[in-house]
Design a protein around this ligand. Structure first.
Ligand code: HCA
Ligand code: CU
Length: 494
């Protein structure tokens, strides 16, 4: 069952109650048949025994205890339009740090001399977030990475047959031996180390588990699962991560590309299956169409555990971070972006607007004010209902009776059948309609061509006709004593 958004900011003071834990939180660990609790390196799940019959997914789940590895400055730099100069990288790193991400991943120092200098510069900033750089699994890259002063090194190597054959040409024995050498070196330098297998979902499962198990045994901090081509489904992710959770005791990082639109769902399923870290980038930028977006993940996770997400992340900063990155890579934030998309909290249909005005939790699972955003009720379309116009009139401090609001609503709806309406058009109709109520000489509600005026009058007549028909039907319903048919129609009036 889905929890409710907290609606305590609603104008009418309605509180919708505290958010639940959709998937249970992780505080219900302990042994249960067939499964053993793991002590992960970072104690990522509190082990409190409460319910011995808890389902497996609740026992494994980290939806209430996850960390973000923010990769805008690494994966994001692979986005077609990205070019970050040092100053921009520093601005983005600071903004992400203020937002509260746990790690900031940076482009490999082996990529270019400037990349190396930028790694050093960001490692020196003294951010709260840990800094990481992302390198190939070989000793010379690993040494270069450690020299930059970052807190940790993320190494990666392709393990799918596609990549072993057509990319680096190395076999599993070579991969395993090199990985062990690199991990031992980075650990000896007192840095965190993560080992990841590129293209995990097209890799041989036995190969994968063998290499993960080998690196776990020598004390790697995290193993990484990467859906490099964006082919995985949430169920495949759940299965692989859950299997892996049974094989390694270290933390599990996951990285999902969005080629088939599953990047957020896959991240969520990975957490349910026991992953501890999720890779994100701002607005999802990355190779091709990118990876799990930071904002989209926040939207998903706040619905799962509002308290955790609110206590850990500075959510009101999300829009600022997104605007900063959007400007740096010269794109617009998509209209349908979770949370910050221009219409993410805009309610349009009359039925929606009416309910939202009564209590926002009716049509919102996320409370916009958690992110410093506002909700909007659209009041300038053919779908508009009189409750939205009434509320707009109140905002404009204009007194109307309900009958008058209904009359002006018909006019707005009728004009919206003739041509698209701007908010100013609707406002001007409402204001002039109000003025005309007491004026000696009526003013035209809005400037229109003769053709438009004719059409408008026709549409208004049609709408009034529908209104009368509804009234008649309501009367007939009442006589026939069909109460809920009547109720539906009343709520139906747009
Ligand atoms: C890439 C590499 C990577 C690495 C992910 C990871 C991927 O293809 O550019 O380090 O876990 O998607 O496999 O981003
Ligand atoms: Cu990637």
């Amino acid at each position: 069952m889905c929890p409710q958004a907290d609606g305590s900011d609603a104008a009418n003071g309605v509180t919708n109650g505290a958010n639940g834990h959709a998937n249970g939180n992780a505080a219900n660990g302990g042994d249960h048949p067939g499964y053993k609790a793991f002590n992960t390196h970072q104690a990522s799940r509190p082990q409190v025994s409460t319910n011995p019959y808890a389902p497996v997914q609740d026992f494994l789940s980290n939806v209430s205890n996850f960390k973000i590895i923010e990769s805008t400055l690494r994966e994001g730099e692979q986005f077609a339009n990205a070019f970050f100069d040092t100053e921009t990288k520093i601005k983005i790193a600071k903004a992400l740090d203020e937002f509260g991400v746990d790690y900031i991943e940076l482009t490999s120092p082996a990529a270019s001399e400037q990349s190396r200098k930028d790694c050093e510069a960001i490692a020196k900033l003294g951010l709260k977030a840990k800094t990481l750089t992302h390198v190939r699994c070989n000793m010379s890259d690993a040494k270069l990475a450690v020299e930059t002063g970052v807190d940790g090194v993320d190494v990666v190597i392709g393990t799918s047959s596609h990549l072993m054959e057509h990319s680096h040409g190395k076999d599993m024995t070579y991969i395993k031996n090199t990985a062990i050498e690199v991990i031992e070196y980075v650990k000896s330098q007192g840095r965190e180390i993560r080992f990841s297998s590129e293209d995990s979902f097209r890799s041989n499962l036995v190969d994968l588990l063998t290499i993960y198990s080998a690196v776990d045994k020598i004390g790697v901090n995290r193993v990484g699962v990467a859906d490099t081509v964006g082919c995985a489904t949430p169920r495949q992710v759940y299965d692989l991560v859950r299997t892996l959770r049974g094989v390694v005791s270290c933390d599990i990082e996951t990285h999902f590309h969005n080629d088939t639109g599953c990047a957020i769902a896959n991240a969520y399923c990975a957490l349910e299956a026991g992953a501890t870290h999720i890779d994100t980038s701002v607005i999802g930028i990355g190779e091709r169409n990118g990876i799990t977006p930071l904002g989209g993940l926040m939207a998903r996770m706040i619905v799962a555990d509002r308290d955790y997400v609110k206590s850990k992340y500075n959510l009101a900063k999300l829009k600022e971070v997104e605007d900063l990155v959007a400007e740096a890579v010269e794109i617009n934030v998509p209209f349908n972006n979770p949370i910050t998309g221009f219409c993410a909290f805009t309610h349009k249909a009359g039925i929606h607007a009416k309910a939202i005005l009564n209590n926002p939790s009716t049509y919102e699972i996320i409370n916009p004010t958690d992110f410093g955003m506002s909700r909007y009720v659209h009041f300038a379309s053919r779908l508009t209902g009189w409750n939205a116009i009434k509320s707009r009139a109140e905002q404009l401090s204009l007194d109307f009776t309900d009958a008058q609001v209904k009359a002006v609503t018909i006019k707005i709806k009728a004009l919206a059948d003739v041509r698209p309406l701007a908010i100013d058009d609707a406002d001007s109709i409402i204001r002039t309609f109000h003025y005309n109520l007491t004026a000696d000489k009526e003013k035209p509600l809005i400037e229109l061509s003769n053709d438009e005026k004719k059409l408008w009058a026709k549409k208004e007549m049609e709408l009034n006709g529908v209104g009368e028909k509804r009234e008649l039907e309501n009367t007939a319903d009442a006589q026939a004593e069909v109460p809920h048919a009547k109720k539906t129609r009343t709520a139906d009036v747009h």
